[in-house]
Design a protein around this ligand. Structure first.
Ligand code: SF4
Length: 111
């Protein structure tokens, strides 16, 4: 076998190994669950024990004890929802979405 043939065979082996690795990686990545998006989060129930303890309500206009009438989740320092979204994550309730117009006693004014 000529030296040139040996190089070609080695080159083909390397190519096939790399191609097999790429297919395997693509298969694994394709089957991974996509990261949870804010819109996929379940809504926090006001009857959740922690939410209830913090007097969380979905309609902040009906809340008692607000410091200012305009206090709502969307202008709270713990809120992580996008501007204009009806629901978004709150740092105090991981894995749940709170109503942008909601409120709880832990409301913190954004600085
Ligand atoms: Fe809403 Fe803020 Fe209470 Fe979270 S901490 S529920 S964003 S008021």
């Amino acid at each position: 076998m000529a030296e040139n043939d040996t190089h070609n065979i080695e080159g083909r082996r390397r190519f096939l190994k790399a191609a097999a690795g790429s297919v395997a990686a693509a298969t694994v990545l394709g089957t991974l669950p996509r990261r949870a998006q804010a819109q996929d989060l379940p809504h926090l129930s006001p009857s959740d024990p922690t939410a209830s303890a913090l007097k969380y309500v979905e309609d902040g206009s009906k809340a008692q004890g607000k410091k200012t009438a305009s206090d709502a989740c969307f202008n709270c320092n713990f809120y992580q929802g996008k501007a204009g979204a009806a629901w978004g994550p709150c740092q105090l309730f991981p894995g749940k979405a709170v109503a942008a117009k909601g409120w709880c006693v832990s409301h913190a004014v954004m600085i």
